[in-house]
Ligand binder design. Structure first.
Ligand code: EPZ
Length: 420
């Protein structure tokens, strides 16, 4: 398994180009199952999960061709409606094939995604919403099998019991081809939901209210070809902003929509960062500025994103004072805490909160990544720690951070990938 060897202690300084958002690319790539016509996608990030998504598409009869560094052409009609376990177990987001396949083919066979490091990750809200749209389900031998009476879903008013990002995405995709009107209430509001809605509308879908908690979709008979550029990754940008902050450096993030990061920028400014935003870039300066402690409670957008919780914890670990971080979305998203403690952080887990007492420095150590964002927080900690840090199991990082070594080196960080 590959490792990163990081020599810490340098202030990061420079510019970084933010890539397309993983959590927009995955649903958008799978939304191409809703048409047999050709779709061209730009700003597709070069990530392991994206490669897995394309592999899933080809297993279902679609074809794709890379037509540029981050551009792809996807064509053909889907011919198989099976998303097999051996692929779904490597990428939970495969569940996003369920809605499109059920809507386009009238039936689907998708392996139940296992839980993952951060929690059980059930999909009951996805199934319940599709049932309200007329799908019947069998859950046998680890597979979710959906079917419809006459091959077509019908509109419904669906109240989501919990805010679910991919749950909202699955239902919005399915509703795009359903007969009649679907209203999703208590819908997720993340920027990636908005991006998926804009993509579906580019294919001819009739959607209103995306970005609010009520989305209304008038089903259409057919979706058509389109060309679309994926929104940039607010979590990648937030990760580099925090890395520059924790190292008391300065950074410009290019190719990012600052409004998608508002909940994070508010907290970075409270932690004493100087932040300036332009149309599609964010400048942050933390030179000669103390890190101030900031209490964080994660929540669905427009609250503080759970995907930034682990990274922010490194800031609080080095702040002048104490703070608390409460995780309300996932039941087990503190696996970076024991690793940060091994680097000298003064953190204590109390239920779904972590109490942080800032220390002056962290010390390099051998640590292990457990999930995508925990690994990001360990890389940030390694970049600011005294000495050398080795982060093991960094295949987690390759799932969500495009060309991470190249980008960190461009900011002056010392990082080497050790293949073993
Ligand atoms: C999406 O996961 C993201 N993944 C996650 O990003 C992100 O952390 C999460 O949303 C929250 O923002 C993608 O978009 C591919 P949820 P998702 O459904 O959709 C419960 C990353 O690091 N729930 O919004 O799976 C669930 O257990 C990843 O990029 C049900 O109970 O998350 C959780 O407690 C990690 N039943 C809460 O809702 C369901 O049917 C929110 O989960 C669905 C979810």
């Amino acid at each position: 398994m590959d490792k990163f060897e990081i020599v810490g202690g340098k202030a990061l300084q420079g510019e970084v180009n933010i890539s397309g958002a993983k959590n927009a690319a995955l649903p958008i790539i799978l939304a191409t199952l809703l048409t047999s016509e050709t779709v061209i996608l730009h700003n597709v990030p070069d990530l392991r999960d994206v490669k897995t998504c394309f592999k899933l598409l080809t297993m279902m009869g679609k074809s794709y061709e890379q037509i540029g560094d981050n551009s792809f052409k996807i064509s053909n009609a889907v011919t198989s409606n099976i998303a097999p376990y051996e692929l779904v177990k490597t990428m939970r987001a495969s569940i996003l094939a369920l809605g499109p396949l059920t809507a386009y083919l009238g039936a689907a066979e998708v392996s139940l995604p296992g839980g993952c490091a951060i929690g059980a990750r059930p999909v009951d809200l996805h199934v319940k919403g599709l049932q309200e749209m007329g799908a019947q389900f069998e859950l046998t031998d680890g597979y979710i099998r959906s079917s419809t009476h006459d091959g077509r879903l019908h509109g419904a008013t669906i109240m989501m019991d919990k805010v679910s990002v991919t749950g909202t995405e699955n239902l919005m995709m399915a509703a795009s081809l359903a007969q009649g009107t679907t209203i999703i209430e208590n819908a997720a509001r993340e920027p990636e939901i908005v991006d998926l809605a804009l993509f579906l509308k580019a294919m001819g879908a009739n959607i209103k209210g995306e970005g609010s908690d009520t989305i209304t979709i008038e089903g259409v008979e057919k979706l058509h070809e389109c060309e679309y550029s994926i929104v940039s990754d607010r979590i990648e940008a937030g990760t580099y902003l925090i890395a520059a902050m924790a190292s008391h450096g300065e950074v410009v993030c290019h190719n990012i929509l600052p409004s998608t990061l508002d909940p994070v920028l508010v907290k970075l400014k409270k932690a004493n960062a100087l932040v300036e935003v332009k149309d599609n870039s964010i400048y942050l300066d933390m030179r000669n500025r103390d890190i101030l402690p900031v209490d964080i409670i994660t929540a669905p957008h427009p609250g503080f994103p759970t995907d930034m919780q682990a990274q922010f914890m490194v800031l609080n670990a080095l702040a002048k004072g104490s703070s608390s971080i409460t995780e309300t979305i996932f039941e087990n998203r503190f696996m970076h805490v024991p690793e940060l403690i091994r680097m000298g952080a003064n953190l204590s887990i109390q239920g779904n909160s972590v109490h942080c007492i800032g220390v002056d420095t962290l010390k390099g150590a051998q640590v292990m990544a457990t999930d995508l964002r925990a690994s990001a927080s360990l890389v940030i900690a390694g970049l600011v720690a005294q000495g050398t840090t080795v982060v093991d199991r960094i295949y987690h990082m390759d799932r969500g951070y495009e060309h991470i070594e190249r980008k960190i080196r461009a900011l002056g960080g010392t990082i080497e990938r050790i293949s073993s």
